[in-house]
Ligand binder design. Structure first.
Ligand SMILES: Nc1ncnc2c1ncn2[C@@H]1O[C@H](COP(=O)(O)OP(=O)(O)O)[C@@H](O)[C@H]1O
Ligand SMILES: O=C(O)C1=C[C@@H](OP(=O)(O)O)[C@@H](O)[C@H](O)C1
Ligand SMILES: [Mg+2]
Length: 176
């Protein structure tokens, strides 16, 4: 059985929420790459994007991810753009069951609207309204999530606790 479980998927798919709960259920360590990047940067993600730009965020994200994927008995919640770099995906797949959390675009839009300002790619001066922006990012990223994942879990109409059960089942099946 693989040593870690990593959650990938679009902003608002529930990686951080489900990941925390899953780690509690398994008694594993919870690692949220966004929180670790914030710790390394000493500021919030919106501040980091505004101050140093997306590329600086991506470099920190990769460095955090490569470090934690060496560990074991961890649930890793990635940021929605972690799949943009092949080296991130390769590091995740080495020792982790990679689970792609999906949701309908309208569901993602509603969920991310609960904390406006938290996700710079959807808020700060973007030319498109949120749902249109989500659709265009999904068109770019959908194939990357699909090919990075060992399995896919639809979160649109299931509460986090039910998703935790489903992911544990997938892990026990020993996929890969
Ligand atoms: N399965 C779910 N059903 C309903 N709401 C959810 C679900 N998963 C997450 N949420 C809510 O959606 C929002 C975004 O969740 P979050 O875990 O931050 O997503 P991500 O880390 O993938 O961006 C939060 O308000 C969270 O409570
Ligand atoms: O999709 C992305 O590129 C991003 C997703 C965010 O994480 P969540 O997916 O947890 O919101 C965070 O890493 C940053 O704002 C960039
Ligand atoms: Mg998150």
């Amino acid at each position: 059985m693989l040593d870690n479980i990593a959650l990938i998927g679009f902003m608002g798919s529930g990686k951080s929420t489900v990941g925390r709960l899953l780690a509690q259920r398994l008694g594993w360590r919870f690692q949220d790459t966004d929180a670790l990047v914030e710790r390394v940067a000493g500021c919030s993600i919106p501040t980091l994007f505004a101050r140093d730009g997306e590329a600086a965020f991506r470099d920190k994200e990769t460095s955090v991810l490569l470090g934690i994927t060496l560990g074991e008995r961890q649930v890793i919640a990635t940021g929605g753009g972690a799949i943009l770099r092949e080296e991130n995906v390769a590091a995740l797949r080495t020792r982790s069951l990679v689970v792609y959390l999906t949701a309908q675009p309208e569901v993602l839009a509603e969920r991310v609207s609960r904390r406006p300002g938290e996700r710079p790619l959807l808020t700060s001066g973007q030319p498109e309204p949120p749902l249109a922006r989500i659709l265009s990012l999904l068109a770019e990223r959908g194939p990357l999530y699909q090919s990075a994942a060992h399995c896919i879990v639809d979160t649109s109409s299931r509460p986090p606790a039910a998703l935790v059960d489903e992911i544990i089942r997938q892990h026990q099946r020993g996929l890969v």
